[in-house]
Design a protein around this ligand. Structure first.
Ligand code: EPU
Length: 449
Protein backbone atom coordinates (compact mmCIF):
# COMPACT_ATOMS: atom_id res chain seq x y z
CA UNK A 1 0.00 0.00 0.00
CA UNK A 2 2.00 2.97 -1.29
CA UNK A 3 1.84 6.18 0.76
CA UNK A 4 1.69 9.36 -1.30
CA UNK A 5 0.77 12.97 -0.59
CA UNK A 6 1.31 15.48 2.19
CA UNK A 7 1.16 15.00 5.93
CA UNK A 8 1.28 17.68 8.61
CA UNK A 9 3.55 16.95 11.56
CA UNK A 10 2.12 17.75 15.00
CA UNK A 11 3.82 19.36 17.99
CA UNK A 12 6.21 17.18 19.95
CA UNK A 13 4.94 14.88 22.71
CA UNK A 14 8.30 14.79 24.43
CA UNK A 15 8.56 18.57 24.33
CA UNK A 16 5.10 19.37 25.69
CA UNK A 17 5.34 17.09 28.75
CA UNK A 18 8.38 18.75 30.40
CA UNK A 19 7.05 22.19 29.38
CA UNK A 20 3.80 21.41 31.22
CA UNK A 21 5.78 20.33 34.30
CA UNK A 22 7.95 23.45 34.25
CA UNK A 23 4.93 25.74 33.81
CA UNK A 24 3.95 25.20 37.47
CA UNK A 25 6.98 27.24 38.54
CA UNK A 26 5.74 30.35 36.75
CA UNK A 27 2.49 31.92 38.00
CA UNK A 28 0.06 33.41 35.48
CA UNK A 29 -1.67 32.15 32.34
CA UNK A 30 0.56 30.24 29.89
CA UNK A 31 -0.36 29.78 26.27
CA UNK A 32 1.29 26.73 24.68
CA UNK A 33 0.75 26.41 20.93
CA UNK A 34 1.05 23.45 18.56
CA UNK A 35 0.01 21.05 21.32
CA UNK A 36 -0.91 17.60 20.00
CA UNK A 37 -4.14 15.89 21.07
CA UNK A 38 -2.53 12.97 22.88
CA UNK A 39 -3.60 10.97 25.91
CA UNK A 40 -0.21 11.69 27.51
CA UNK A 41 -1.13 15.39 27.52
CA UNK A 42 -4.46 14.54 29.15
CA UNK A 43 -2.70 12.49 31.84
CA UNK A 44 -0.18 15.23 32.49
CA UNK A 45 -3.09 17.67 32.87
CA UNK A 46 -4.53 15.31 35.53
CA UNK A 47 -1.24 15.45 37.41
CA UNK A 48 -1.17 19.26 37.22
CA UNK A 49 -4.75 19.43 38.45
CA UNK A 50 -3.71 17.48 41.55
CA UNK A 51 -1.27 20.32 42.25
CA UNK A 52 -3.90 23.02 41.79
CA UNK A 53 -2.92 23.93 38.22
CA UNK A 54 -5.60 23.84 35.53
CA UNK A 55 -4.96 23.16 31.86
CA UNK A 56 -7.54 23.93 29.16
CA UNK A 57 -7.71 23.21 25.47
CA UNK A 58 -8.43 26.49 23.78
CA UNK A 59 -9.87 27.06 20.32
CA UNK A 60 -10.10 30.49 18.78
CA UNK A 61 -12.75 31.05 16.11
CA UNK A 62 -13.76 34.00 14.08
CA UNK A 63 -17.51 33.80 13.44
CA UNK A 64 -19.26 35.77 10.76
CA UNK A 65 -22.60 37.18 11.85
CA UNK A 66 -24.98 39.27 9.75
CA UNK A 67 -27.02 41.42 12.14
CA UNK A 68 -30.66 41.99 11.16
CA UNK A 69 -31.21 44.78 8.70
CA UNK A 70 -27.59 44.83 7.53
CA UNK A 71 -25.82 43.13 4.68
CA UNK A 72 -22.19 43.36 5.80
CA UNK A 73 -21.08 40.55 8.09
CA UNK A 74 -19.67 41.35 11.49
CA UNK A 75 -16.62 39.37 12.52
CA UNK A 76 -16.86 38.09 16.03
CA UNK A 77 -14.00 36.41 17.86
CA UNK A 78 -15.04 33.47 19.95
CA UNK A 79 -13.01 31.30 22.33
CA UNK A 80 -13.91 27.78 23.31
CA UNK A 81 -12.39 26.11 26.35
CA UNK A 82 -12.40 22.51 27.52
CA UNK A 83 -10.66 21.03 30.54
CA UNK A 84 -7.63 19.12 29.29
CA UNK A 85 -7.64 16.59 32.13
CA UNK A 86 -11.04 15.36 30.92
CA UNK A 87 -9.92 14.24 27.48
CA UNK A 88 -10.19 15.78 24.03
CA UNK A 89 -12.83 18.41 23.29
CA UNK A 90 -15.61 17.60 20.83
CA UNK A 91 -14.30 20.34 18.55
CA UNK A 92 -10.80 18.78 18.51
CA UNK A 93 -11.13 17.51 14.96
CA UNK A 94 -12.02 20.78 13.33
CA UNK A 95 -9.94 23.10 15.41
CA UNK A 96 -6.29 23.11 16.38
CA UNK A 97 -5.87 23.12 20.12
CA UNK A 98 -3.83 25.50 22.16
CA UNK A 99 -3.16 24.61 25.76
CA UNK A 100 -3.83 27.32 28.30
CA UNK A 101 -2.26 26.54 31.66
CA UNK A 102 -3.45 28.63 34.60
CA UNK A 103 -0.95 28.69 37.43
CA UNK A 104 -1.76 30.29 40.78
CA UNK A 105 -0.80 29.17 44.28
CA UNK A 106 0.01 25.45 44.31
CA UNK A 107 -2.55 23.62 46.44
CA UNK A 108 -1.10 20.11 46.21
CA UNK A 109 2.29 18.48 46.17
CA UNK A 110 1.52 14.83 45.27
CA UNK A 111 1.29 12.70 42.17
CA UNK A 112 -0.26 9.28 42.74
CA UNK A 113 0.86 5.88 41.48
CA UNK A 114 -2.27 5.35 39.39
CA UNK A 115 -1.36 8.28 37.14
CA UNK A 116 2.45 8.12 37.18
CA UNK A 117 2.45 4.40 36.30
CA UNK A 118 0.56 5.31 33.11
CA UNK A 119 2.66 8.36 32.38
CA UNK A 120 6.26 7.91 33.41
CA UNK A 121 7.03 11.48 32.38
CA UNK A 122 4.86 12.52 35.35
CA UNK A 123 7.95 12.12 37.51
CA UNK A 124 9.35 15.22 35.80
CA UNK A 125 7.12 17.42 38.02
CA UNK A 126 9.36 16.54 40.94
CA UNK A 127 12.03 19.17 40.20
CA UNK A 128 9.62 22.05 39.40
CA UNK A 129 7.45 21.21 42.42
CA UNK A 130 10.43 21.27 44.77
CA UNK A 131 11.73 24.50 43.29
CA UNK A 132 8.38 26.28 43.59
CA UNK A 133 6.81 24.76 46.72
CA UNK A 134 9.71 23.17 48.61
CA UNK A 135 7.91 19.85 48.97
CA UNK A 136 6.95 16.89 46.76
CA UNK A 137 5.42 13.44 47.24
CA UNK A 138 5.57 11.63 43.93
CA UNK A 139 5.05 7.99 43.08
CA UNK A 140 8.09 6.14 41.75
CA UNK A 141 7.32 5.43 38.10
CA UNK A 142 8.49 1.82 38.27
CA UNK A 143 9.72 -0.13 35.28
CA UNK A 144 7.79 -0.24 32.06
CA UNK A 145 7.46 -2.42 29.07
CA UNK A 146 10.55 -0.97 27.36
CA UNK A 147 12.67 -1.97 30.36
CA UNK A 148 13.99 -0.60 33.63
CA UNK A 149 13.34 3.11 33.99
CA UNK A 150 15.49 4.18 36.95
CA UNK A 151 15.42 7.79 38.17
CA UNK A 152 18.62 7.74 40.23
CA UNK A 153 20.08 10.55 38.11
CA UNK A 154 17.01 12.78 38.66
CA UNK A 155 17.38 12.28 42.43
CA UNK A 156 21.14 12.77 42.39
CA UNK A 157 20.74 16.05 40.53
CA UNK A 158 18.13 17.45 42.91
CA UNK A 159 20.15 16.32 45.95
CA UNK A 160 23.14 18.22 44.55
CA UNK A 161 20.93 21.33 44.63
CA UNK A 162 20.29 20.73 48.32
CA UNK A 163 17.04 18.72 48.35
CA UNK A 164 16.49 16.08 51.02
CA UNK A 165 14.99 13.03 49.36
CA UNK A 166 13.80 9.70 50.73
CA UNK A 167 12.23 6.86 48.78
CA UNK A 168 9.80 4.75 50.78
CA UNK A 169 6.85 2.51 49.98
CA UNK A 170 7.05 3.36 46.29
CA UNK A 171 6.98 7.11 46.82
CA UNK A 172 9.61 9.83 46.61
CA UNK A 173 9.40 12.34 49.43
CA UNK A 174 11.43 15.43 48.79
CA UNK A 175 11.93 18.67 50.65
CA UNK A 176 14.03 21.72 50.06
CA UNK A 177 14.30 24.92 51.95
CA UNK A 178 15.34 26.85 48.85
CA UNK A 179 17.49 25.06 46.24
CA UNK A 180 21.11 26.15 45.77
CA UNK A 181 22.99 26.15 42.49
CA UNK A 182 25.78 23.58 42.07
CA UNK A 183 27.80 21.69 39.47
CA UNK A 184 26.10 18.37 38.61
CA UNK A 185 27.48 15.56 36.45
CA UNK A 186 24.39 13.87 35.01
CA UNK A 187 25.87 11.10 32.84
CA UNK A 188 24.82 7.49 33.54
CA UNK A 189 25.47 3.97 32.28
CA UNK A 190 23.45 4.62 29.11
CA UNK A 191 24.59 8.17 28.49
CA UNK A 192 22.61 11.31 29.26
CA UNK A 193 19.07 11.44 30.63
CA UNK A 194 16.44 13.52 28.83
CA UNK A 195 13.83 13.96 31.57
CA UNK A 196 16.54 14.09 34.26
CA UNK A 197 18.17 17.02 32.42
CA UNK A 198 14.75 18.64 31.94
CA UNK A 199 13.87 18.36 35.63
CA UNK A 200 17.21 19.68 36.82
CA UNK A 201 17.36 22.56 34.33
CA UNK A 202 13.83 23.57 35.38
CA UNK A 203 14.48 23.38 39.12
CA UNK A 204 17.78 25.23 38.76
CA UNK A 205 15.95 28.15 37.15
CA UNK A 206 14.58 29.08 40.60
CA UNK A 207 17.64 28.02 42.64
CA UNK A 208 19.90 30.44 44.41
CA UNK A 209 23.08 30.86 42.33
CA UNK A 210 24.50 29.10 39.28
CA UNK A 211 23.92 25.46 38.31
CA UNK A 212 26.12 23.77 35.73
CA UNK A 213 24.77 20.51 34.31
CA UNK A 214 27.60 18.43 32.84
CA UNK A 215 26.77 15.62 30.39
CA UNK A 216 23.32 17.11 29.92
CA UNK A 217 20.99 15.63 27.30
CA UNK A 218 21.21 17.49 23.97
CA UNK A 219 17.82 16.52 22.55
CA UNK A 220 15.79 19.18 20.68
CA UNK A 221 13.12 18.80 23.39
CA UNK A 222 15.63 20.06 25.97
CA UNK A 223 16.36 23.07 23.77
CA UNK A 224 12.62 23.67 23.44
CA UNK A 225 12.19 23.54 27.21
CA UNK A 226 15.03 26.05 27.62
CA UNK A 227 13.31 28.37 25.13
CA UNK A 228 10.10 28.11 27.18
CA UNK A 229 11.87 28.65 30.51
CA UNK A 230 13.70 31.68 29.09
CA UNK A 231 10.36 33.10 27.94
CA UNK A 232 9.27 32.70 31.59
CA UNK A 233 12.27 34.79 32.71
CA UNK A 234 14.91 32.07 33.35
CA UNK A 235 18.59 32.60 32.58
CA UNK A 236 19.89 29.56 30.68
CA UNK A 237 22.77 29.06 28.28
CA UNK A 238 24.17 25.97 26.58
CA UNK A 239 20.92 24.01 26.02
CA UNK A 240 21.59 21.72 23.06
CA UNK A 241 25.18 21.07 24.22
CA UNK A 242 26.56 18.76 26.90
CA UNK A 243 26.96 21.64 29.38
CA UNK A 244 23.94 23.69 30.42
CA UNK A 245 24.45 26.70 32.67
CA UNK A 246 21.48 28.02 34.65
CA UNK A 247 21.67 31.18 36.68
CA UNK A 248 18.83 31.12 39.18
CA UNK A 249 16.31 33.95 39.34
CA UNK A 250 13.98 34.98 42.17
CA UNK A 251 10.77 34.34 40.26
CA UNK A 252 9.37 33.30 36.91
CA UNK A 253 6.28 34.47 35.06
CA UNK A 254 3.85 32.86 32.60
CA UNK A 255 4.74 32.81 28.92
CA UNK A 256 3.57 32.08 25.41
CA UNK A 257 5.39 29.26 23.64
CA UNK A 258 5.15 27.32 20.38
CA UNK A 259 6.34 23.72 20.61
CA UNK A 260 8.82 22.18 18.18
CA UNK A 261 7.41 19.64 15.71
CA UNK A 262 7.53 15.99 16.74
CA UNK A 263 10.68 14.54 15.18
CA UNK A 264 9.64 11.00 16.09
CA UNK A 265 6.27 11.39 14.36
CA UNK A 266 8.10 12.81 11.32
CA UNK A 267 10.57 9.93 11.38
CA UNK A 268 7.75 7.39 11.68
CA UNK A 269 6.02 8.79 8.56
CA UNK A 270 9.35 8.93 6.71
CA UNK A 271 9.98 5.26 7.47
CA UNK A 272 6.39 4.31 6.57
CA UNK A 273 6.77 6.11 3.22
CA UNK A 274 10.07 4.36 2.49
CA UNK A 275 8.73 0.96 3.54
CA UNK A 276 5.79 1.32 1.16
CA UNK A 277 7.88 2.68 -1.74
CA UNK A 278 5.98 5.90 -1.35
CA UNK A 279 6.50 9.56 -2.07
CA UNK A 280 5.46 12.04 0.62
CA UNK A 281 5.92 15.57 1.87
CA UNK A 282 6.36 16.05 5.61
CA UNK A 283 4.92 19.47 6.36
CA UNK A 284 6.36 21.38 9.28
CA UNK A 285 9.04 18.78 10.08
CA UNK A 286 12.54 19.90 11.05
CA UNK A 287 15.28 18.51 8.79
CA UNK A 288 17.97 19.48 11.31
CA UNK A 289 16.41 17.31 14.06
CA UNK A 290 16.80 14.03 12.18
CA UNK A 291 20.23 13.96 10.51
CA UNK A 292 20.87 10.43 11.80
CA UNK A 293 17.67 9.16 10.16
CA UNK A 294 18.32 10.90 6.84
CA UNK A 295 21.83 9.46 6.78
CA UNK A 296 20.54 5.91 7.32
CA UNK A 297 17.72 6.31 4.81
CA UNK A 298 20.11 7.63 2.21
CA UNK A 299 22.32 4.56 2.74
CA UNK A 300 19.21 2.39 2.31
CA UNK A 301 18.44 4.04 -1.04
CA UNK A 302 15.92 6.80 -0.26
CA UNK A 303 15.87 10.16 -1.98
CA UNK A 304 15.22 13.11 0.29
CA UNK A 305 15.17 16.82 0.09
CA UNK A 306 14.90 19.59 2.64
CA UNK A 307 12.57 22.19 1.20
CA UNK A 308 12.65 24.47 4.24
CA UNK A 309 9.82 23.60 6.60
CA UNK A 310 8.86 20.75 4.30
CA UNK A 311 10.71 17.49 3.67
CA UNK A 312 10.26 15.46 0.50
CA UNK A 313 11.00 11.77 0.79
CA UNK A 314 10.61 9.03 -1.80
CA UNK A 315 11.67 5.43 -2.14
CA UNK A 316 11.70 2.87 -4.92
CA UNK A 317 12.40 -0.84 -4.69
CA UNK A 318 13.75 -2.73 -1.70
CA UNK A 319 16.07 -1.06 0.83
CA UNK A 320 19.74 -1.92 1.11
CA UNK A 321 20.45 -3.52 4.52
CA UNK A 322 21.76 -1.24 7.29
CA UNK A 323 23.77 -1.22 10.52
CA UNK A 324 21.83 0.87 13.04
CA UNK A 325 22.86 1.68 16.61
CA UNK A 326 20.72 3.84 18.88
CA UNK A 327 22.42 6.64 20.79
CA UNK A 328 21.39 9.76 22.67
CA UNK A 329 20.83 12.76 20.35
CA UNK A 330 22.22 13.48 17.79
CA UNK A 331 22.60 9.72 17.34
CA UNK A 332 19.88 7.47 15.98
CA UNK A 333 16.87 7.74 18.35
CA UNK A 334 15.71 4.73 20.33
CA UNK A 335 12.18 6.03 19.71
CA UNK A 336 12.59 5.14 16.00
CA UNK A 337 14.31 1.79 16.49
CA UNK A 338 11.14 -0.32 16.26
CA UNK A 339 9.89 1.52 13.16
CA UNK A 340 13.33 1.18 11.53
CA UNK A 341 13.26 -2.57 12.27
CA UNK A 342 9.89 -2.86 10.52
CA UNK A 343 11.29 -0.99 7.50
CA UNK A 344 14.36 -3.25 7.36
CA UNK A 345 12.14 -6.34 7.27
CA UNK A 346 11.91 -5.50 3.54
CA UNK A 347 15.67 -5.03 3.01
CA UNK A 348 17.55 -6.96 0.41
CA UNK A 349 19.96 -8.62 2.84
CA UNK A 350 20.72 -8.83 6.57
CA UNK A 351 20.60 -5.71 8.78
CA UNK A 352 21.88 -5.36 12.34
CA UNK A 353 20.18 -3.18 14.93
CA UNK A 354 21.86 -2.44 18.24
CA UNK A 355 19.76 -0.87 21.04
CA UNK A 356 22.01 1.04 23.43
CA UNK A 357 19.48 3.13 25.37
CA UNK A 358 16.85 0.59 26.45
CA UNK A 359 18.43 -2.85 25.85
CA UNK A 360 15.09 -4.67 26.25
CA UNK A 361 13.12 -2.51 23.85
CA UNK A 362 12.29 -5.31 21.40
CA UNK A 363 8.60 -6.03 22.01
CA UNK A 364 7.89 -5.55 18.34
CA UNK A 365 10.20 -8.44 17.39
CA UNK A 366 8.00 -11.45 18.29
CA UNK A 367 5.01 -9.71 16.67
CA UNK A 368 6.94 -8.94 13.47
CA UNK A 369 8.05 -12.57 13.49
CA UNK A 370 4.37 -13.59 13.54
CA UNK A 371 4.06 -11.62 10.31
CA UNK A 372 6.83 -13.70 8.76
CA UNK A 373 9.85 -11.53 9.58
CA UNK A 374 13.14 -13.33 10.08
CA UNK A 375 14.67 -11.65 13.13
CA UNK A 376 17.10 -13.17 15.59
CA UNK A 377 17.74 -11.46 18.89
CA UNK A 378 20.95 -11.78 20.89
CA UNK A 379 20.88 -9.49 23.90
CA UNK A 380 20.38 -5.98 22.63
CA UNK A 381 21.24 -6.85 19.03
CA UNK A 382 18.65 -7.77 16.42
CA UNK A 383 19.65 -9.31 13.09
CA UNK A 384 16.97 -8.84 10.47
CA UNK A 385 16.98 -10.88 7.28
CA UNK A 386 14.78 -8.97 4.89
CA UNK A 387 12.19 -10.45 2.56
CA UNK A 388 10.11 -9.05 -0.27
CA UNK A 389 6.90 -8.81 1.80
CA UNK A 390 5.62 -9.73 5.24
CA UNK A 391 2.26 -11.46 5.70
CA UNK A 392 -0.69 -9.76 7.33
CA UNK A 393 -1.57 -11.21 10.75
CA UNK A 394 -3.31 -10.42 14.01
CA UNK A 395 -0.71 -8.86 16.31
CA UNK A 396 -0.53 -7.09 19.63
CA UNK A 397 1.57 -4.09 20.58
CA UNK A 398 2.79 -3.55 24.09
CA UNK A 399 4.12 -0.03 23.77
CA UNK A 400 3.79 3.09 21.68
CA UNK A 401 6.70 2.71 19.27
CA UNK A 402 6.20 -1.05 18.93
CA UNK A 403 2.64 -0.21 17.82
CA UNK A 404 3.97 2.23 15.24
CA UNK A 405 6.33 -0.46 13.94
CA UNK A 406 3.43 -2.87 13.50
CA UNK A 407 1.50 -0.21 11.59
CA UNK A 408 4.44 0.15 9.18
CA UNK A 409 4.73 -3.62 8.86
CA UNK A 410 0.98 -3.89 8.24
CA UNK A 411 1.13 -1.27 5.47
CA UNK A 412 3.77 -3.27 3.63
CA UNK A 413 2.38 -6.77 4.26
CA UNK A 414 0.32 -8.97 1.99
CA UNK A 415 -3.28 -9.10 3.14
CA UNK A 416 -4.86 -7.68 6.26
CA UNK A 417 -3.16 -6.89 9.56
CA UNK A 418 -5.10 -6.35 12.76
CA UNK A 419 -3.16 -4.55 15.50
CA UNK A 420 -4.49 -4.83 19.05
CA UNK A 421 -3.11 -1.67 20.52
CA UNK A 422 -4.93 -0.92 23.84
CA UNK A 423 -4.52 2.79 23.33
CA UNK A 424 -0.74 3.05 22.97
CA UNK A 425 -0.81 4.90 19.64
CA UNK A 426 -3.05 7.63 21.05
CA UNK A 427 -0.40 8.33 23.67
CA UNK A 428 2.04 9.56 21.07
CA UNK A 429 0.50 9.96 17.60
CA UNK A 430 -2.18 12.51 16.85
CA UNK A 431 -4.81 10.97 14.57
CA UNK A 432 -2.43 8.45 13.04
CA UNK A 433 -5.16 6.57 11.19
CA UNK A 434 -6.60 9.79 9.73
CA UNK A 435 -3.21 11.00 8.54
CA UNK A 436 -2.40 7.62 6.98
CA UNK A 437 -5.75 7.57 5.20
CA UNK A 438 -5.01 10.99 3.74
CA UNK A 439 -1.83 9.44 2.33
CA UNK A 440 -3.86 6.71 0.66
CA UNK A 441 -3.58 3.91 3.21
CA UNK A 442 -6.49 1.59 3.83
CA UNK A 443 -6.60 1.70 7.60
CA UNK A 444 -9.35 1.75 10.21
CA UNK A 445 -9.01 2.59 13.89
CA UNK A 446 -11.58 0.98 16.15
CA UNK A 447 -12.13 1.88 19.77
CA UNK A 448 -11.87 -1.22 21.91
CA UNK A 449 -12.71 -1.63 25.55
N1 EPU B 1 18.56 6.36 33.11
C1 EPU B 1 19.22 6.05 34.28
N2 EPU B 1 18.94 6.79 35.39
C2 EPU B 1 18.07 7.83 35.38
C3 EPU B 1 17.40 8.15 34.19
C4 EPU B 1 17.66 7.40 33.06
O1 EPU B 1 20.02 5.12 34.32
O2 EPU B 1 17.90 8.48 36.43
C5 EPU B 1 18.84 5.58 31.90
C6 EPU B 1 17.60 4.93 31.30
O3 EPU B 1 17.30 3.69 31.91
C7 EPU B 1 17.99 4.80 29.84
C8 EPU B 1 18.82 6.04 29.61
O4 EPU B 1 19.25 6.47 30.90
O5 EPU B 1 18.80 3.66 29.67
C9 EPU B 1 18.09 7.18 28.92
O6 EPU B 1 16.87 7.44 29.60
P1 EPU B 1 16.23 8.89 29.66
O7 EPU B 1 16.21 9.35 31.07
O8 EPU B 1 16.90 9.77 28.67
O9 EPU B 1 14.74 8.60 29.22
P2 EPU B 1 13.49 9.46 29.66
O10 EPU B 1 13.92 10.86 29.82
O11 EPU B 1 12.81 8.81 30.77
C10 EPU B 1 12.76 10.21 27.28
C11 EPU B 1 11.57 10.04 26.38
C12 EPU B 1 11.50 8.61 25.87
C13 EPU B 1 12.81 8.32 25.13
C14 EPU B 1 14.02 8.56 26.06
C15 EPU B 1 15.35 8.38 25.37
C16 EPU B 1 10.00 11.63 27.28
C17 EPU B 1 8.69 11.89 27.91
N3 EPU B 1 10.35 10.37 27.12
O12 EPU B 1 12.57 9.33 28.37
O13 EPU B 1 10.41 8.58 24.96
O14 EPU B 1 12.83 6.98 24.70
O15 EPU B 1 13.97 9.92 26.56
O16 EPU B 1 15.45 9.22 24.27
O17 EPU B 1 10.67 12.56 26.88
C18 EPU B 1 8.72 7.58 23.69
O18 EPU B 1 8.41 8.72 23.31
O19 EPU B 1 8.26 6.54 23.16
C19 EPU B 1 9.68 7.44 24.79
C20 EPU B 1 9.81 6.32 25.50
Amino acid sequence: MRLAGRVGISGSKNAVLPVMCASIMAPGVHRIENVPYLTDVVRMSEILRGLGVEAFWLAEFVDEEVPEGRITPKMKRRNLYARADQGFPEWAERCKGILEIRVGELTGYSAEYKTVRQLRAGVAVLGPLLARGGRAHISMPGGCVIGDRPIDLHLKGLRRLGATITVEAGYIDAEADGLKGNRVYLGGTFGSTVLGSAALMSAAALADGVTIIEHAAQEPEIVDLAVFLKACGAHITGAGTHRIVVEGVGELHAAQHRLVPDRIEAGTFALAACATEGDILLEGARWDHLYSLWDHLENAGASMQDRGGMIHIAFEGRPRPLEVTTFPYPGFPTDLQAQMTAFLCRADGVSRIVERIFPNRFHHVPELTRMGAEISLAGAVASVKGRERLDGAEVEAKDLRASAALVIAGLTANGRTIIHDTGHLKRGYEDLAGKLKDLGARVEAEETG
